[in-house]
Design a protein around this ligand. Structure first.
Ligand SMILES: C[S@@+](CC[C@H](N)C(=O)[O-])C[C@H]1O[C@@H](n2cnc3c(N)ncnc32)[C@H](O)[C@@H]1O
Length: 248
């Protein structure tokens, strides 16, 4: 199995294009709506990346803490409008010690980067400790039953985008599926210079039942599992599993 490099999050040339290729969309509207509906005021955005959603929520007046292990991603986040209103912290869930918030968010499938069950459980424990009584953990994961990786070839996943560095073609290439782990490449091809950047990533696809049981064991109740950004509930064929779980 190829070793993941995650250069998507560490190589400044990749990071510079992250926002072009992952612009705010229906998912961020959904998360903003949930924050409002669940009346959170203080929020940790764990795995906040370039702070796309973190700074959007800061602009709306929420008290935001962005935690992110990649220096390069956090560097972009810090310089965004409203970035000065966010408390940025380098690291992962261990950095939550001593914090007390109303909500913990993990968006754009951050949950699937916790490959080992030990680190996943540690994250859930640290999240539980950092939440006020009745606080919420809210996150998305792709539904493994839909096997999205089957479409990860250049032919089926390629998209072309205009960026400050000219046209970039981006696509996913599946490398290997082993039980619930998927190893794949993200390619960025710069049309003007013929330069190609490749990031090797690995994701874990836990089932809805597995995630629910982990949450229950960590002291949460699962209030809802949505299946898509239109607010429909999760079914076997929904693309997403969006968990809304409350600390008990
Ligand atoms: C697909 S990006 C999502 C970024 C951001 N949440 C968004 O919605 O744009 C995944 C992020 O998870 C971060 N990440 C990976 N492993 C992590 C971990 N163990 N703890 C926290 N964040 C992690 C990566 O560095 C990356 O910034």
């Amino acid at each position: 199995m190829k070793k993941p490099t995650y250069t998507e999050f560490s190589d400044p040339r990749f990071v510079a294009l992250y926002d072009n290729l992952n612009a705010l969309g229906a998912d961020s509207d959904f998360f903003c709506e949930k924050v409002k509906e669940l009346e959170a005021q203080t929020i940790i955005d764990l795995g906040c990346g370039t702070g796309l959603l973190t700074t959007k929520l800061a602009e709306q007046g929420y008290e935001m803490i962005g935690i992110e292990p990649s220096d390069a991603m956090l560097e972009v986040a810090r310089h965004k409008p409203y970035g000065e209103k966010v408390k940025w912290i380098i690291g992962s869930s261990e950095q939550m010690k001593g914090l007390q918030v109303d909500m913990i968010l993990m968006t754009s499938h951050v949950a699937q980067f916790f490959l080992e069950n030990d680190e996943w459980n540690t994250m859930l424990k640290n999240s539980h400790d950092a939440l006020k009584p009745g606080g919420y953990i809210v996150f998305d994961a792709r539904n493994p039953l839909t096997k999205p990786w089957e479409k990860w070839t250049r032919e089926t996943s390629s998209k072309k985008l205009e960026t400050p560095n000219g046209e970039v073609e981006m696509w996913y290439q599946l490398l290997e599926v082993k039980e619930n782990r998927v190893v794949y490449e993200i390619h960025y091809f710069f049309t003007k210079t013929n330069e190609e950047l490749i990031s090797v990533n690995e994701l874990i696809y836990r089932s809805q039942e597995e995630i629910t049981n982990y949450l229950l064991d960590a002291g949460f109740i699962v209030e809802k599992i949505y299946g898509d950004w239109d607010g429909s509930l999760a079914t076997e064929t929904s693309p997403e599993m969006i968990f809304i779980a409350r600390k008990i």
